[in-house]
Design a protein around this ligand. Structure first.
Ligand SMILES: CC(=O)SCCNC(=O)CCNC(=O)[C@H](O)C(C)(C)COP(=O)(O)OP(=O)(O)OC[C@H]1O[C@@H](n2cnc3c(N)ncnc32)[C@H](O)[C@@H]1OP(=O)(O)O
Length: 434
């Protein structure tokens, strides 16, 4: 059961990533090992009943990127990473190492297997040139120790249509625009280009690959991923260019002879404000629907303020931190983003894993572009790699972290000054789980 394709630092060339000290070996799996790996993943996520998704895993398999811990021939831990583009403030993208499918069998927990898999993967990611690593944390207290910090939030709304007639009058419109339902095949054809334009407007957004579109549109069915064909509608401007899309499901609920349906928005993409208004107006006007649930929207999305009664929107119950970021290449990451104001801040970063450790100066020019370099100048702020990750996309602020005792101000006023630099006009947001 060998695999020889890892190729990252620490790889002695025979597929063994880390000899470790115990009998359990950490290594990349071969393509023909996806079936037992998938079974271990299901067990780790407490899904013993799920049928094998080996065909799907085979499509995800890349040399060196699906790791396992192997004890006496059994897979007792799983870990996967893949490359993806992450949009940063200002609209540039950085190469990100996305981590997912992390499990350690209940029989082998708390013996350091996650730590060993994480160290091997982050070393490989840095060697491949990833500026950051990203993941969605199952529990808050797992990943801070590896330098990850909560960098985006999910923020959803429940909108009670008995309390609002929908959007305010006088909002922007798209002259000549139209909305049409789309088949799943049309979504596969037209969705990727729309999303590729949209994601560059949203810091925190990730690229969606072909497999993402195939899975979301039902071309590929994944065991354990309960897919039912949703409603999908596209917005086109007067020239016929697709400028937005909404994907939703409806539960067909009736109170006796009265319709009482809930429409749940699954995906919402709009390239401009008039398109967003047109799509929201459409969503709020579907007959029989009494409640609209938007499970995940940008934290500063203006949606509630578009309603004639914003109080009809109440926060979705599961609002929480969503995507976590771990900075691997501080200079590349901070050079790529733009900033809120010119100035300079010196950060002293503590990083147990070493990738971001040291003293860094971020210098911002009047045009909002920045340059990040190592420095020996006195530091303004002290923080851990985890807090650096939380701040990177602008989803968290220095004054808030300082108030929470998570960033230390070494020079009076430094937190407020750094806030002006790092501030972003649009809150970071990523709608996609992975
Ligand atoms: C990106 C994703 O895929 S998120 C999904 C993560 N997976 C899950 O939640 C599935 C269920 N949980 C598990 O499979 C395991 O508990 C894991 C993967 C979270 C942890 O694996 P383990 O091998 O037990 O972790 P490991 O022994 O390497 O622990 C490393 C450190 O993290 C701590 N830790 C691990 N898991 C947790 C947790 N859930 N909560 C708090 N601390 C934790 C350990 O105490 C240890 O601390 P230390 O460094 O101070 O000694």
């Amino acid at each position: 059961m060998g695999n020889d394709a890892y190729g990252g630092p620490g790889d002695p060339g025979n597929g063994r990533l880390d000899e470790g000290t115990g009998a359990v070996e950490i290594r990349a799996i071969a393509e023909d090992e996806v079936e037992p790996w998938d079974r271990a993943l299901s067990l780790g996520f407490l899904r013993s009943h799920v049928e094998s998704a080996a065909d799907y895993r085979r499509r995800q398999w890349e040399p060196g990127r699906l790791l396992a811990a192997v004890d006496d021939g059994r897979f007792v831990a799983t870990f996967r990473s893949f490359d993806v583009e992450l949009t940063v403030p200002g609209g540039a993208v950085v190469p990100a190492n996305a981590i997912t499918s992390v499990t350690v069998s209940a029989t082998h927990r708390r013996r350091g297997l996650l730590r060993r898999m994480m160290s091997a993967d982050l070393a490989g990611a840095r060697a491949r040139g990833a500026a950051v690593a990203i993941l969605i944390a199952a529990e808050y207290n797992i990943y801070g120790r590896y330098g990850f910090g909560p960098a985006t939030r999910g923020h959803g709304w429940n909108i009670d249509l008995q309390r609002t007639r929908g959007l305010r009058a006088g909002l922007p419109t798209v002259p000549g625009g139209r909305i049409d339902f789309a088949t799943m095949a049309e979504m596969r054809k037209l969705g990727p280009e729309l999303h590729d334009r949209w994601r560059l407007t949203q810091p925190g957004a990730l690229a969606r690959d072909e497999l993402w579109w195939k899975r979301q549109t039902g071309e590929i069915k994944v065991p354990g991923f309960d897919w039912k064909e949703p409603f999908a509608a596209l917005h086109r401007d007067a020239e016929g260019t697709v400028t937005g899309a909404v994907v939703y499901k409806v539960d067909d609920n009736w109170d006796g002879s009265y319709p009482n349906c809930t429409l749940t928005v699954l995906d919402f993409l709009a390239l401009d404000r008039p398109t967003a208004c047109a799509l929201w107006r459409f969503v709020f006007s579907v007959d029989w629907v009494r409640k609209v649930v938007v499970e995940n929207l940008g934290p500063d999305d203006p949606l509630p303020l578009l309603l004639d009664d914003p109080r009809a929107a109440t926060p979705y119950v599961e609002n929480a931190d969503f995507m976590w970021v771990r900075v691997l290449d501080v200079a590349a990451a901070f050079d790529a983003r733009t900033y809120g104001a010119p100035g300079r801040v010196v950060l002293e970063v503590e990083d147990r894993e070493g990738w971001a450790a040291g003293r860094w100066a971020v210098e911002v020019a009047p045009d909002g572009t920045g340059r990040c370099t190592r420095t020996t100048d006195a530091a303004d702020l002290a923080l851990t790699a985890s807090q650096l990750g939380a701040l990177y996309l602008g989803g968290e602020t220095v004054p808030r972290l300082a108030a929470a005792g998570l960033v230390t101000e070494l020079r009076p006023g430094a937190a407020a000054a750094a806030d002006l630099l790092l501030r972003t006009p649009l809150a970071a947001w990523n709608p996609d789980g992975f």
